[in-house]
Design a protein around this ligand. Structure first.
Ligand SMILES: NC(=O)C1=CN([C@@H]2O[C@H](COP(=O)(O)OP(=O)(O)OC[C@H]3O[C@@H](n4cnc5c(N)ncnc54)[C@H](O)[C@@H]3O)[C@@H](O)[C@H]2O)C=CC1
Ligand SMILES: N[C@@H](CCC(=O)N[C@@H](CSC=O)C(=O)NCC(=O)O)C(=O)O
Length: 379
């Protein structure tokens, strides 16, 4: 890594979201050097995720603009601030939107992958000291989810990054920074699907396909895919889906269809859309006594869930999963190794590779439901 940038501001290209419901604009921005406990990364590749699209497409009163989105990246450490020990310049890394600080009560508890250390700031669009490292035309830009990977250079907290195998292709392993790890982990960590299970998956996008991959690895006997876009069914089959249901083909609630098809319901269901109706359907499609419904989708602000207490009283369980339940710094390097050993599909998720200048096309493909994932590759 060139040392002529050390301790200096870097001028580079980034995709900036100036306000909601507008396309990203490629701008020249300034990226400050990392402060104590921070890491500046040259981003090599980033996925375009539905969670980024939410910031573009809907007004979330809790959000700050202008902002540099992106949280599914991979790159090389350019420089580190004082006190950083987990990564060093030249390391190949993946930024982690779910940090792992090892200090907080959550990190010390094996029951969760939640980490409180920088959430108060990171999810508010600033670094842990409450400030931003990005400026454009004199204006401060907010960070996003502690990652901001839609930029040639970004700065993250040291607890939000981990070193990975330098031989792993960045344009693929960036997807382990979010959607693939999320879906796979929801199956093996959160729901803990057993061999021979009957499963149903709502939403056959990247997250849902990763759930299907996990269910297949876990040895599920039946994997039912549910999506309103029938174009998704072929690829879902390639990932291990055994049956497909398009709710538009039925004039009754889809949970009733699934309960009938499965002799009383599924052992495990997964919601990978971000729809409260689908979340409810995924609970009601569970088998009485033991069915487990795991929610992965992100809902609009203020959304609330309803359920029949009878479902819960009689043994169905509602769970939630963020970043697949993985304690991020501990797990990401292993997930990369599993990919390198061909134990996890990753290449199969990439439908489009785009230069930064065409990043808006990636969002268009997602909105139209074309392909699985777009990956932006930096020069
Ligand atoms: N829990 C976590 O840690 C994470 C959650 N997410 C969330 O997971 C969700 C899915 O993300 P992606 O797979 O990237 O999205 P995607 O847009 O690629 O896929 C969503 C799929 O749901 C289908 N769909 C939409 N409405 C439907 C309905 N009413 N019934 C059936 N199918 C429907 C679409 O046709 C599409 O195939 C999003 O809400 C995203 O924010 C994403 C990453 C991590
Ligand atoms: N809460 C974020 C907005 C994005 C978000 O909701 N992220 C999810 C994971 S979805 C990943 O693609 C998340 O981390 N949720 C749990 C949480 O504690 O926020 C924000 O405020 O920026």
């Amino acid at each position: 890594m060139a040392s002529d940038t050390l301790s200096k501001k870097i001028r580079c290209k980034a995709a900036v979201l100036w306000e909601v419901n507008t396309p990203l604009v490629i701008e020249t921005i300034e990226v400050e050097p990392p402060r104590a406990g921070e890491v500046r990364i040259k981003i090599l590749a980033t996925g375009v995720c539905k969670t980024d699209a939410y910031l573009l497409d809907r007004v979330d009163p809790s959000k700050n603009y202008p902002v540099i989105l992106g949280h599914e990246g991979a790159g090389i450490v350019e420089s580190v601030g004082e006190g950083v020990t987990n990564v060093a310049p030249g390391d190949h890394v993946v930024p982690l939107y779910y940090p792992q600080c090892y200090q907080c009560k959550f990190c010390k508890n094996p029951k969760t992958n939640f980490c409180s250390k920088v959430r108060a700031t990171q999810m508010k669009g600033v670094m842990p000291d409450g400030t931003s490292r990005f400026r454009c035309n004199g204006k401060k830009l907010f960070h996003f989810m502690g990652c901001s990977t839609f930029s040639e250079y970004t700065v993250v907290a040291d607890v939000s990054v981990c070193k990975v195998d330098s031989t792993a292709p960045s344009e693929k392993v960036c997807l382990l920074g979010c959607s693939i790890s999320t879906g796979y982990g929801a199956v093996v960590n959160t729901a803990q699907v057993e061999s021979g299970s009957t499963c149903a998956v709502w939403g056959l996008g990247a997250v849902g396909l990763a759930v299907i991959m996990g269910c297949k690895i876990a040895g599920a006997k039946r994997i039912i895919g549910v999506d309103i876009n029938s174009d998704k069914f072929k690829v879902a089959e390639d990932f291990g889906c055994t049956e497909f249901i398009n709710p538009k083909d039925y004039d009754k609630p889809i949970q009733e269809v699934i309960v009938e098809k499965t002799d009383g319901g599924c052992d495990y269901t997964f919601e990978c859309i971000g729809s409260v109706e689908a979340m409810r359907a995924s609970l009601d499609a569970c088998h009485k006594g033991w069915g487990v419904s795991t929610i992965l989708g992100m809902t609009p602000p203020g959304a609330e869930l309803t359920a029949k207490p009878y479902s819960i009283v009689t043994g169905c369980v509602w769970k939630g999963s963020v970043f697949g339940g993985w304690k991020s710094q501990d797990s990401l390097p292993t997930l990369v190794e599993e990919y390198m050993q061909n134990k996890l599909k990753v290449d199969e998720f990439v439908s489009f590779t785009l230069p930064l200048a065409k990043i808006n096309e990636g969002f268009d493909y997602m909105r139209k439901g074309v392909g699985i994932k777009s990956v932006v590759i930096f020069d």
